[in-house]
Design a protein around this ligand. Sequence first.
Ligand SMILES: CCCCCCCC/C=C\C/C=C/C(=O)SCCNC(=O)CCNC(=O)[C@H](O)C(C)(C)COP(=O)(O)OP(=O)(O)OC[C@H]1O[C@@H](n2cnc3c(N)ncnc32)[C@H](O)[C@@H]1OP(=O)(O)O
Length: 716
Amino acid sequence: MAEYVIYETVAVLQINNPPLNVLSHHVRRQLMSGLQQALQDTAVRSIVIMGKGQIFTAGADVKEFGTEKALSDPSLPTLVEAVAASNKPVVTAFHGTTLGGGVALALASHYRLAASSVKIGLPEVEIGIVPTCGVSQRLPRLVGLQTAVQMIVSAQTMSAQQALTTGLLDKVVSGDLLSEAVGFAKSVEVQALADRRVGSRAVPGADTAEDVLDAARKRLVRRSRGAIAPLTCLQAIQASLLPFETGMKREAELGQYLWTSWQTGALRYAFLAERTVKRWYLPGNKTVNYRTAEPLVINSVGVLGAGTMGVGITICLLQAGLKVVLIEANKTQLDKAVTLIQRSLGGRSHSKQLSHQAMQLRATTDYRQLGEVDLVIEAVFEDLALKRKVFQQLDSVTKPQAILATNTSGLDIDKIASATQRPDKVIGTHFFSPANVMRLLENIYGRHTSPETIATAMQLGATIGKVGVLVGNCPGFVGNRMKGLNFTEAMFLLEEGAEPQDVDKVLEEFGFAMGPFRVSDLAGGDVHWRRRIQAGLTTEQGPPPNTPLLYRQGNRYCPLADMLCMQGRFGQKTGAGWYRYESGSRAALPDAVVHRLILKHRQDNGLQRRNISSQEIVERCLYPLINEGFRILEEGLAAGPQDIDVIFLLGFGWPRHTGGPMYYADKVVGLGILLRCLEKYRALHPRSAHWVPSSLLQTMATQGTSLTAWAAGSRL
Ligand SMILES: CCCCCCCC/C=C\C/C=C/C(=O)SCCNC(=O)CCNC(=O)[C@H](O)C(C)(C)COP(=O)(O)OP(=O)(O)OC[C@H]1O[C@@H](n2cnc3c(N)ncnc32)[C@H](O)[C@@H]1OP(=O)(O)O
């Protein structure tokens, strides 16, 4: 609700809609009625709008979008224009975070005041809409085009000091906001309003406008990769160069275009899915869930292994204020890791100058130092026998109640747990590289993992700023199990006529930051080669004896990646992989060696080259992965499609504007079309089991059920 209180001649309208004061329909109604009351009351000479609680407002109520309430009277645009039209001075005073619609209210006001700790931002582009309600027209008039473009298109927040410097704020206050705002409102009651209306001003620096807009356009064309909101927002900003009323009309047209686009639905879904997965439960036993399981308190964590992952994990733990004991048997490696960690945390090599966070690190080669930690994360080489040995040791040196987590990216959690006397305290915590940057934490429960252990791993994820997604135990878990199929098909496309750069280009146009071959070169081709060797699919010398080159373990197989690895072409780190890299450069250059290798492979094996369309590349690379997602749901390895989508959005660079693989299948492709497509490719490629449609998909497509609706019904 919004509260209405009079302080002598000042009417104060306070938004009170915990926890984030979002501008839901009932709040807008009360604000509008408060505004009208203040305008009619002759004793009132000025008006203050502010918020109660932690923040001013997180903006429009995203959960209302797509429902009738979003545009019900008074809609946000109507409320904002009523503020702008007020003939009594309106002062917006904000604190905490002020986003989206909150900024719209402020820009329509005559004065803007804020607490010094405020963060101001326009996240609309991230949910695929234009900052309407006059924001795209008033903001450039107030702060100039350059800053407006930066705020609207980057969606980054601004500090109070920055906002003051750019002219967005009139005053930053450090005392009590309510009394400061009331005092300020009184002081401006006699001031004329005409030049306080932002809409009546001209955009400053209009002479350089074209340059600013052109530069921004070029940047966005390069970066947007199929997302329509950023460039549409830029068009709206450009309209601020027109007379205000004309610009407002243009803003409304562009606003309508995005408001009704499928991409805003997908982006909103992604926003909510990231929050939904926190409400975890076991798909096979819903009584075990985030409400019923209590996490243990974790103050100190051991990290075992100081390679790239171990270092990244240590950095996030220290950044979250936890104490860390880092164990590495190789002293040189340990010293190198400590330097990297200290550098990353802003400390220097002498302990006196270390940052407080870095001082919470104890680095040692001695396992026994793990005796007092509450939880250990093992990050040694990806080898089951090694991990089992390590877990046996951990079991003997750590206190009995300590949780033992493994950062495996696909090994069997139960097999690792069975090396200990405490399988209930063993869990998978799969970080993504670079671990201190990537926001995903895939948590994998084994057969014996206790609810308390799961709750602790999920809580730890939140503590270190990650989005934890709980999944069941299977080879590759959810992410790598699905992703593997994308690369398999990408390689088959090479056998049939494509080049690595063709496949990468199409998937980059679809929205991925990098196509599968560039990703493979970045990650290092040897990682998966070792896994294929361990799985008996290949050997260091080529196919296992008596094995046909193009078939392994009953399925079609492409040996091209193995052939590259046998030549020592592991990707960027060796200067060559699917592409070549000139010294010190990360630019992937098409390589004649690879071209000839593919050509020879086709010739040697009688594989016919044909032209492959972009559509086929998308279908071949993405649909098997999605089909596997349905299988994962069917097998009860993920609680819902949101969990799978969040894994792909945050761990694999899946383009956010498509919502994730499961949302994309459900809402963009359509389950019926997906099913028919899988059946078509199954007929063409009968030796690839991944084209066999999952029964869940078949049932849903046949019954015309929506995956998202099905999932919404089952979520806790
Ligand atoms: C005819 C032409 C068409 C034009 C129509 C015009 C209509 C008006 C439209 C446009 C103008 C205005 C636009 C906007 O304001 S868009 C909304 C902008 N705001 C956001 O995107 C806010 C995003 N929120 C955040 O970034 C964070 O939540 C945070 C930084 C504010 C707080 O973070 P944190 O403390 O970590 O909390 P959570 O993120 O976990 O959130 C807690 C809880 O609150 C829910 N929530 C957050 N923001 C919103 C919101 N804006 N609306 C509704 N609900 C919100 C969040 O989902 C969590 O709830 P849970 O899912 O149930 O756990």
